[in-house]
Write a protein that binds this ligand. Structure first.
Ligand code: NDP
Length: 472
């Protein structure tokens, strides 16, 4: 591989303050204590962020409740103006927000710049378009907003998950209290500033930072009408239990263990790109990642040769370098989880391979890794690793591929690679997954509903379907 000169994106475009408060009722206010957020690529402290105590959550929910009446009473076309304005400001500030996201999360700048930020703006544009057309969305002639939405999001796509949650909620006339993940609070706090810039009425969007307990207090709050959560299946289960019987509406977007199925007639070079994108995009911190490669036995060895050649060209390192393909793992805890599951993969008898690759001394890093000789019983074939680790399983017939693909407690996404359109349709029909990609992977669009079956959760985000979760 030839060497590239470093091509770092300038950090000076973003000004990070030493401390941040909670965004409640249009103002930044103190919480009870603070916590530090770090750059996972260097372990440098980026800022101290306020920790929301229960009384802060109460204040935020009360502010959202006060704002709900006037906000929901606005004509849809007026609400749309705010959403269009937010979308345009996000576009204008996209370079700054992309650098910030890469600093706080560890993802490569080319992904935050070319995937996350354009999709964030697109979500606000898309739902702005719905705000004055709710009566035509297929949920009755006069659908009503639910009230105050309590939203809890994870660290893998901090600003994008915020957009997935806030844009449809606001378009439908709800107000929100959102808690970002503890390791990635900064882009949500910058978004609070975007809301101020857009003159959004105080209380319509409130951002409270904190740990899991803050999230738990928010979703259990009696004055929250709707809960939307993205994160681990374990926490999703706890939330489902606590919300049961309260009358609150709930959507859960949880884990996945997607099968990326490659048939013997697939275009191999494209499939290799799709496999790489499926599992190494965003360091594999993707709920719909193609973490199980199901490859037809007759082409397995040549496909694996091509895949290994391609993996050897992936550049791991500084997230702010425009040439970087794989950035930092988001936290020490996540690195430990990936390391542990990978060690279990080896001890259970699977063969582990990574290309030679030098990892930086500081920060949290994991080389792109594949396991071959994986069976269905292996833990690495069943559990969500949420890192750059691919388990390779072979199959002989389409029926066997479908059976193995569906042999998982999850059901979020899947991929099919084949030359035959008829095979795509026949196989997609039998896969128990909310999203099925054909000859591509990890493609997202605000117009397209996204969500899972079984332990991957319920409800849909995105598209017309995404409005349903915020309307009565
Ligand atoms: P969590 O599910 O714990 O975190 C998601 C969000 O929920 C965070 O904002 C978290 O806050 C908050 N939270 C934690 N506990 C509660 C609670 N009891 N009630 C309400 N909110 C809560 O994911 P982790 O970050 O701990 O990651 C653990 C594993 O989950 C990962 O290794 C990965 O496998 C999986 N995961 C899956 C995701 C997906 O999209 N499918 C996304 C993230 C993780 P805080 O950050 O402060 O803890």
């Amino acid at each position: 591989m030839f060497e590239y000169a470093p091509a770092p994106e300038s950090r000076s475009i973003v000004e990070i303050a030493p401390t941040y408060g909670l965004f409640v009722d249009g103002e930044f206010t103190d919480g009870k204590g603070t916590f530090k957020t770090i750059n996972p690529a260097s372990e440098e402290v980026l800022a101290e962020v306020a920790m929301a105590a229960p009384e802060d959550v109460d204040r935020a929910v009360a502010a959202a409740r006060r704002a709900f009446g006037p906000w929901s009473a606005l004509p849809g076309a007026e609400r749309a103006k705010y959403l269009f304005r937010i979308a345009r400001i996000v576009q204008e500030r996209s370079r700054e927000l992309a650098v910030l996201e890469s600093l706080d999360n560890g993802k490569p700048i080319k992904e935050s710049r070319d995937v996350d930020l354009p999709l964030v703006a697109a979500h606000f544009f898309y739902y702005a378009g719905w705000a004055d057309k709710l009566s035509y969305a297929g949920f009755g002639p006069d659908p009503k907003p639910l009230g105050v939405a309590g939203q809890v999001i994870p660290w893998n796509f901090p600003l994008l998950m915020l957009a997935w949650k806030i844009a449809p909620a606001l378009a439908a006339g709800n107000t929100v209290v959102l808690k970002p993940a503890e390791t990635t609070p900064l882009s949500a706090l910058f978004f609070a500033d975007v809301c101020r810039q857009a003159d959004l009425p105080p209380g319509v969007v409130n951002i409270i930072t904190g740990a899991g307990d803050t999230g738990r207090y928010l979703v259990e709050h009696p004055d929250v009408d709707k809960v939307a959560f993205t994160g681990s299946t374990e926490v999703g289960r706890q939330i489902a239990r606590s919300v049961a019987g309260t009358g609150k509406r709930l959507t859960l977007e949880l884990g996945g263990k997607a099968a990326n199925i490659v048939f013997d007639d697939a275009p191999i070079d494209q499939a290799v790109e799709g496999i790489v994108n499926g599992i190494f995009f965003n360091q594999g911190h993707v709920c719909c990642a193609g973490s199980r490669l199901l490859v037809q036995e007759s082409i397995a060895s040549s496909l694996l040769d091509s895949l290994k050649r391609r993996m050897a060209t992936l550049r791991v390192g500084d997230p702010l370098d425009k040439n970087t393909d794989i950035g930092a793992i988001n936290s020490r805890a996540q690195l430990e989880k990936i390391t542990e599951l990978s060690e279990i993969g080896s001890s259970e008898g699977a063969d582990r391979w990574s290309p030679p690759c030098e990892l930086p001394d500081r920060g949290f890093w994991f080389a792109p890794t594949i396991f071959t000789g994986v069976t269905q019983a292996h833990r690495i074939a069943r559990e969500e690793i949420f890192g750059p680790v691919l388990s390779v399983i072979t199959f002989r017939t389409p029926d066997e591929a479908v059976e193995k693909a569906n042999n998982t407690p999850y059901g979020l996404s899947a991929g099919i690679w084949t030359d035959k359109g008829s095979r795509i349709l026949a196989v997609a029909d039998k896969l128990r997954a909310g999203v099925v990609w054909a000859n591509t992977f990890n493609k997202f669009d605000p117009t397209s509903p996204f969500g899972g079956y079984k332990e991957s959760g319920y409800g849909r985000e995105g598209g017309r379907h995404g409005l349903e979760a915020y309307l009565a």
